[in-house]
Design a protein around this ligand. Structure first.
Ligand code: AMP
Ligand code: MN
Ligand code: MN
Length: 323
């Protein structure tokens, strides 16, 4: 697929755009960017966008109040496009009705994506699904509203253009989006830098109680349900903690977990390069990117740590040999 226009054939009347579970900035940005573009440029289409409820910080994105966060009763769109979803079980609210769509298209950038749709457009070299979406649109047809959404997605998946997934093309695209007169500095500050007081408290607490393993090359920290209750935080408030852990001097891998159920932990891993965390997450039915991946694990905190660390150690030792 070179352009999105190729899949909007005359027989397509209804389109559904869907993100992934626990929508992050790139999920919201790519889905809303595509949704707004289709609405603005294809007025003959009936388009809907589906994902779980989004964080308040993303609600400035135009028409984000139109996001449908419940599984629809009657669902048989002519075309279903998923953005930033790496596998069919991560589509979230549409998982059960996925097969009812007449045509499915997957637009993504996860290296772990094996291609679960009828048409798969997966670009692992791309910084973000928002960047992949940009390349599929006609620049002159991108409005300020669409540009704001896509820019937000790129900012979030590149950690403000700092992660190694950022390419010169990413910067070019960001520049083209800035030319649409978007409040780029405000978007970075409000959606990425700014934290609430409790978010900072829980970040501080996690780092205070974190442990270093393997000569300081691995940092592990997490939050239990009782702490989340105490600080009145939800998983959405925990975004960014693992990134802060990763930049600890000497650290190769950061592991952050939070209790997502009884004897169940959602694990986020970040790597500085030697270790492929996507591979490790894959052993536990998760996935992601080489340097940023996640999975859900059963057991106690000690089980989580004991199950992950041998794989990390193995890769770190291999890395050492390569040096
Ligand atoms: P997170 O640690 O949740 O911020 O996720 C880091 C990256 O890994 C993102 O690109 C996610 O899409 C991906 N990821 C996280 N959890 C999972 C999972 N359970 N299965 C597949 N991919 C995941
Ligand atoms: Mn995502
Ligand atoms: Mn992404």
């Amino acid at each position: 697929m070179k352009k999105i226009a190729e899949i909007i054939t005359p027989d397509i009347k209804t389109v559904a755009v869907a993100g992934h579970v626990r929508p992050d900035g790139d999920c919201v940005g790519s889905c809303m960017g595509l949704y707004l573009y289709l609405k603005e440029n294809y007025p003959q289409l009936e388009v809907h966008v589906y994902m779980e409820s989004i964080r308040d910080i993303f609600q400035f994105i135009k028409c984000s109040d139109e996001i449908i966060s419940e599984c629809p009763q009657d669902f048989s769109p002519d075309l279903l496009i998923t953005c930033d979803a790496s596998s069919s079980d991560r589509i979230g609210i549409l998982t059960d009705v996925y097969s009812q769509a007449k045509k499915t298209v997957c637009i993504d950038h996860h290296v772990s994506n094996l291609g679960f749709a009828m048409v798969n457009h997966v670009v692992p070299e791309s910084s973000s699904a928002s960047e992949v979406i940009y390349e599929l649109l006609e620049d002159e047809k991108i409005s300020k509203n669409t540009a704001e959404a896509l820019y937000t997605g790129i900012v979030h998946d590149t950690g403000m253009f700092q992660f190694s997934c950022t390419s010169s093309r990413t910067m070019e695209i960001a520049g083209k989006l800035m030319d649409k007169d978007i409040p780029f500095s405000w978007i970075i500050d409000t959606t990425f830098n700014q934290k609430t007081y409790v978010q900072n408290q829980i970040l501080g607490r996690t780092i205070l109680e974190s442990i270093l393993l393997m000569d300081g090359r691995v940092i592990v920290g997490g939050v239990h349900a009782r702490e989340m209750d105490f600080y009145k935080v939800t998983p959405k408030d925990l975004d960014g903690i693992v990134n802060q852990m990763r930049i600890t001097k000497g650290v190769e891998v950061a592991i952050f977990f939070y209790e997502s159920g009884n004897h169940e932990f959602k694990v986020s891993m970040r790597s500085n390069g030697i270790v492929d965390v996507s591979k490790i997450a894959g052993y536990f039915n998760g996935g992601g990117h080489v340097k940023a991946a996640g999975c859900t694990m059963q057991g106690s905190v000690y089980d989580v740590i004991n199950n992950l660390t041998p794989y990390i150690e193995e890769q770190l030792n291999e890395g050492k040999k390569l040096d």
